[in-house]
Design a protein around this ligand. Structure first.
Ligand SMILES: [Zn+2]
Length: 85
């Protein structure tokens, strides 16, 4: 289970001071949580799962060209930041 770019599974388990089976459970749990967070981010109602919104500024309602496109969605921005780490 070793590739050129990283430590072996057992070396990772050793870093957490866990037996391999418990480390495997920790990794599996992490991956399930990550999948769930990805699912939540993709289902964000505010940005339709894109992560980006168009921000309208008060007083510029009749000037859509002045809107700020592709702004981070405030509803799922934190989730996406956590997934990028
Ligand atoms: Zn969103």
């Amino acid at each position: 289970m070793k590739d050129a770019s990283g430590p072996t599974f057992q070396e990772c388990a050793n870093l957490f001071a866990l037996p391999a089976d418990q480390y495997a459970k920790l990794v599996a749990s992490h991956l399930r949580l990550r999948d769930k967070l990805l699912e939540v981010a993709k289902e964000c109602a505010r940005c339709n799962g894109t992560g980006l919104i168009t921000r309208h500024f008060e007083g510029n309602e009749d000037k859509p060209a002045w809107d700020a496109d592709d702004q981070p969605c405030p509803d799922c921005e934190d989730i996406r930041a956590a997934l990028d780490e």
